[in-house]
Design a protein around this ligand. Structure first.
Ligand code: CAA
Length: 258
């Protein structure tokens, strides 16, 4: 089946999903979520598929939620749509194992999507960041919660407050990624790792995933919901409007502080 925003292929027991919006550096719009939701549900339901790899391009895993889709929405839109909630119900809810293979930019929602994976394999070119503050908002897909749990408060706070990017080496030493691989070998390594997991007893793989997540996530659900509500509230500010319009117009933002 063909999808608008992703490419999907099966390699024996491994499903390979490639984000495919090169014109927008794989920015995550509603169609990406719909496409990924279908593919992850099909993967979960297909006993012949035992591991999944999600990857992007050499330049960008994903440069964030799609700012052009958010720029005109107001706070009530975000709240009433429960904007971003689908990532939890359609992607995080996947019961079988999956890996994010990240090269280039993984920013904002891109970093958050990578952190939804069971683990991240990073190319040496990978750059992680939560730059939402520069748009007058804050993470809304779990970033403030998962990044803090992965790398600790100090680094997470610095990254969220400054929007700075973290390179692959720093990400590995901080515990954000499982391993670094030379960019040229990323896909091959990820597929090989996925094939190893696919060779394990499937139910044991699901239970192992659930157990590690239990350790990681206890208390997380409330954090994610609260984060989403706060994101939706921040979108009411004038600085959100200014930040997103400035991005689209390719000019620096001018902040009002409200
Ligand atoms: N949304 C929509 N479009 C995006 C995008 C995004 N997040 N990121 C990049 N693009 C688009 C650009 O607008 C540009 O399109 P045009 O050619 O039509 O102008 C195209 O992708 C290529 O991008 P650049 O020309 O900017 O490429 P660059 O190499 O000069 O810069 C970059 C790369 C540093 C990643 C820069 O694109 C950038 O800063 N992107 C935005 C990053 C960001 O702020 N992400 C957070 C989004 S908000 C969010 O994710 C909320 C949340 O919590 C879930």
């Amino acid at each position: 089946m063909a999808y608008e925003t992703i490419l999907v292929e099966q390699r024996d027991a491994v499903t390979l999903v490639t984000l495919n919006r090169p014109q927008a550096l794989n920015a995550l719009n509603s169609q990406v979520l719909r496409d990924l939701g279908e593919v992850f549900a099909a993967y979960d339901a297909d006993p012949s598929q035992r591991c999944l790899v999600l990857t992007g391009s050499e330049k960008a895993f994903a440069a964030g939620a799609d700012i052009k889709e958010m720029v005109e929405k107001d706070s009530a839109d975000f709240f009433l749509e429960d904007f971003f909630s689908g990532w939890q119900s359609k992607v995080v809810a996947t019961r079988k194992p999956w890996i994010a293979a990240v090269a280039g930019f993984a920013l904002g929602g891109g970093c958050e999507l990578a952190m939804m994976a069971d683990f991240i394999l990073a190319a040496d070119t990978a750059k992680f960041g939560q730059p939402e503050i520069k748009l007058g908002v804050a993470p809304g897909m779990g970033g403030s919660q998962r990044l803090t749990r992965a790398v600790g408060k100090a680094k997470a706070m610095e990254m969220c407050l400054t929007g700075r990017m973290m390179g692959a080496e720093e990400a590995e030493s901080a515990g954000l990624v499982a391993r670094i691989v030379p960019a040229a070998d990323l896909l091959e390594d990820a597929l090989k790792t996925a094939a190893t997991i696919a060779g394990m007893p499937p139910m044991a793989a699901m239970v192992n995933k659930e157990m590690v997540n239990l350790a990681f996530e206890t208390g997380l659900a409330q954090g994610i919901l609260t984060e989403r509500r706060l994101f939706q509230i921040l979108t009411a500010t004038e600085d959100k409007k200014e930040g997103m319009e400035a991005f689209v117009a390719k000019r620096p933002g001018v902040w009002k502080g409200r």
